[in-house]
Design a protein around this ligand. Structure first.
Ligand code: PMP
Length: 405
């Protein structure tokens, strides 16, 4: 199947706008992707047609909204090939999904003196919740390092795992380095020692096909807004056997079975972990985003984004004052870099004035910045809708900026 980039771009009205009178070049999909009309229309349809609060159905509207919401749970299960629908918990994003596990799993299984292994290339969302849990339980965080090419030193992992290790937290794809980590191998090493693994899939799910049963992750988290879907919706996949043993994360409506002043019994999975009125609109629009991803084809998207990555990397390497952070062979469409003598904020600001949206700063990954001894960098990241022509314009913009300095 050929990749019809014009057709794909036409699904995203926002890509046709101008910024400072220049055509928008959106190179910040790793932060949040743009939304196709299919997603916007799903939101509109719900509100024009059948909106009601879910799981409280005493009428047609509530029943119809509940039915759609629960169908999307099944759609998410199918999308990642999970075994059971009850293993899909809706949250407000990857961050909340990790916080849920860091609270509930650690409440049940982490004790004083225990250890959690966290990779050095994690987003803050996959470090801080573990640190908070470790403080609460008087446990310890152990670092799994990466090398200067941005590759995890997984040969060290078997030695880092001790009888005190209770969990390993690792990104599937790094949001700074772009490295696609060998999560299957990591999980297999961990499982040989009966240690569960949480995989942060926020940067993976929009770009490569995930098969949870094959991967055998114990927990896998991601956010809809990086998948061409709405913000405020995320997923926690958790193996039923773990989720059943974990206490609820928050208390309130939906997660209860019965409440009295003497005590409360909790609902079954997945509702035990879903409190209050969820983001009904967001979840239903998320379904449209998944359908859109499936129709476009993840293999095709991955192939296209890989061509963009190779093309841009080759061009960037011709700039002698530019350093790329993250040069793993297995890499997704993310390039972080600095140019000698130019502060990343200045670079980002000048690119912006040329219509190019790039991300600047620490990228919520201080430990990665510390590894390279930098305060920040510039990151470009690709989505299914970016083009080689945009890369050419971006490279020309960089040359112009270098001349200005
Ligand atoms: N993990 C990674 C690797 C990310 O890139 C991000 C988002 N930048 C997150 C977690 C957090 O995602 P969210 O803000 O959607 O909760």
């Amino acid at each position: 199947m050929s990749y019809d980039i014009t057709k794909i771009r036409n699904n995203f009205p926002v890509l046709h706008r101008k910024v400072y009178d220049k055509p928008l070049i959106y190179f910040d999909s790793a932060a949040s992707s743009q939304k196709p009309v299919q997603v916007l229309m799903a939101e509109e349809k719900l509100h024009n047609d059948y909106y009601g609060n879910i799981h409280r159905g005493a009428h047609f509207m509530a029943d119809k909204a509940t039915e759609d919401f629960e169908n999307i749970r099944v759609q998410v299960r199918n999308f990642i090939n999970a075994t059971h629908r009850e293993e899909i918990i809706f949250t407000k994003g990857a961050t909340e999904s990790i916080n849920l596990v860091a609270f509930s799993f650690c409440e049940a299984f982490l004790n004083e003196g225990d250890e959690i292994i966290v990779s050095e290339m994690e987003h803050h969302a996959n470090i801080v919740p573990w640190q908070m849990a470790a403080i609460r339980k008087k446990a310890r965080i152990v670092k799994l390092p990466f090398n200067d090419s941005g590759i995890l030193e997984i040969e060290k992992l078997p030695h880092l795992i001790t009888p005190k290790t209770k969990l390993i937290a690792v990104a599937h794809v790094s949001n700074v380095l772009g490295t696609i980590n060998p999560v299957n191998e990591i999980i297999s090493i961990a499982h040989q020692k009966n240690v569960p693994v949480l995989v942060d899939g926020a940067q993976a799910v929009p770009h490569l096909k995930v098969n949870i049963q094959e991967m055998d992750a114990d927990f896998y988290v991601f956010s809809a807004h990086k998948m061409y879907g709405p913000n405020g919706v995320g997923v926690l996949y958790g193996k039923k056997s773990w989720l059943e043993q974990m206490p609820p994360y928050q208390g309130g409506g939906e997660m209860i079975s019965e409440v009295s002043f003497e005590g409360t019994t909790f609902n079954e999975l997945p509702y035990k972990f879903e409190t209050g009125t969820p983001n009904i609109t967001g979840v239903i629009a998320f379904g449209a985003a998944i359908s859109f991803l499936n129709e476009t084809g993840l293999t095709e998207i991955a192939g296209w984004e890989h061509s963009l990555l190779e093309y841009a990397t080759e061009k960037l390497k011709t700039i002698s004052s530019l350093r790329i952070y993250g040069e793993a062979a297995e890499k997704s469409g993310v390039i972080s870099f600095n140019i000698e003598g130019i502060h990343p904020y200045d670079l980002g600001m000048l690119l912006d004035k040329m219509g190019i949206a790039a991300r600047t700063g620490h990228l919520c990954a201080d430990t990665v910045m510390a590894h390279f001894g930098i305060d920040g960098c510039v990151r470009i990241s690709f989505g299914m809708y970016n083009t080689m022509e945009e890369i050419d314009i971006f490279i020309a913009a960089l040359h112009k900026i270098i001349l200005m300095f």
